[in-house]
Design a protein around this ligand. Structure first.
Ligand code: UT7
Length: 326
């Protein structure tokens, strides 16, 4: 091994549960309409995990696809980091369940909890494990059964979310300077807790609770915080707005995504948008969108990708990566 260690994205994968729920399906059970949901959010449908299908099951499907895409055997994985807010159980971690289900016997495994910003946090943690030489091949997964914590009586949140999982494999390299994860910047401001939270928990109510959100206030924070964190990540990587080949943002609302695109002055076709088909899948939304654009050939090795997300906490952040291996 020679140069500085970098963390290459060598494989991607994703999984969506079979069942699809359209806006019209929702309009049949609550006071809402396809028109309102499309106009305010860009969402047309969402996927819903089957009864008995757990977050770890979704994660395993995505993980297997990513490991295959990287050309690895599961035994080669030495760490698993899962971003999730909807774990199978309070403990053990969903990552420990995934490790067992995959047979990834050489990996240590743990969950990261940063709600919708979870994937950016998990990517940063995995990159740090690689750069500190604690691990060489890390599976980073965003996986959620978010619809399990929705209040189906609350139309202001029930129409927004869906279930799914996405995964990437990060691999250490000593021969690829300026490839892989180039920078990542994370932020938290817990004073904004009440804008987006769950009204239950292990040491408060003893149950899992339901999602509560002041959507329009979160919206106001989103564009400003997403763009300042992306600026910080660009600065840290020594890059400019127009170096970005693809923006792969958290998929919460098409209006937030479009505002970011305009702020960056990017052509619309350089932004990956999956919110219409997936809705907001929290920590799974970025790796789901990434894999969609890798699968259809838009994202190619060598392209610079910007990731950005904001979620409950508030937590937010951005990361830049040169995709693939040289
Ligand atoms: O992923 C984590 C980060 N989360 C986000 O980034 C979400 C950010 N926020 C948003 O995406 C948007 O704020 C929402 C999509 C949640 C809401 O859109 P909005 O344009 O901010 O609408 P609003 O909350 O200001 O509500 C406008 C109106 C209200 O009626 P009145 O008071 O004007 O009569 C709501 O009661 O729309 C009503 N409304 C609905 N109507 C039909 C709220 N939800 C619905 C609904 N169907 N599902």
């Amino acid at each position: 091994m020679s140069g500085a260690v970098t963390s290459l994205i060598t494989g991607t994968g994703s999984y969506l549960p079979e069942k699809v729920m359209t806006n019209d399906d929702l309009a049949g059970v609550m006071e809402t309409s396809d028109e309102w949901i499309r106009k305010r959010t860009g969402i047309a449908q969402r996927h819903i995990a089957a009864e008995g299908e757990k977050t770890s099951d979704l994660a395993c499907h995505a993980a297997r696809e990513a490991i295959t895409a990287a050309g690895l055997d599961v035994e080669a994985i030495d760490a698993i980091v899962i971003a999730t807010t909807t774990p199978d159980d309070t403990f053990p971690s969903t990552a420990a369940s995934v490790q067992a289900k995959l047979g990834a016997t050489n990996a240590f495994a743990f969950d990261v909890q940063a709600v919708c910003a979870g994937f950016v946090y998990a990517l940063d943690v995995a990159d740090a494990l690689i750069k500190s030489q604690k691990a060489e091949k890390v599976l980073v997964i965003g996986a959620e059964t978010f619809t399990r914590i929705l209040d189906w009586e609350d139309r202001t949140t029930a129409v927004l979310f869906g279930d799914g999982a996405g995964a990437v494999v990060l691999e250490a390299s000593n021969n690829a300077p300026d490839w892989g994860i180039l920078s990542s910047c994370l932020f938290t401001d817990g004073r904004f807790r009440d804008l987006l939270y769950v009204d239950g928990g292990v040491s408060s109510t003893g149950d899992v609770g339901h999602v509560r959100m002041k959507g329009n206030e979160v919206f106001r924070h989103a564009v400003e915080k997403l763009s300042s964190s992306l600026d910080a990540a660009l600065k840290s990587a020594g890059l400019k707005d127009d170096d970005i080949d693809w923006l792969v943002p958290h998929q919460a609302n098409i209006r937030i995504i479009d505002s970011m695109q305009k702020k960056l002055g990017m052509p619309s076709e350089k932004v990956v948008r999956t919110v219409s088909q997936h809705a907001n899948t929290s920590a799974a939304s970025i790796p789901l969108a990434l894999n969609a654009a890798v699968q259809d050939g838009r994202i190619q090795p060598g392209h610079i990708i910007a990731f950005e997300a904001i979620g409950g906490g508030l937590t937010w952040g951005a990361a830049l990566a040169r995709f693939g291996r040289p």
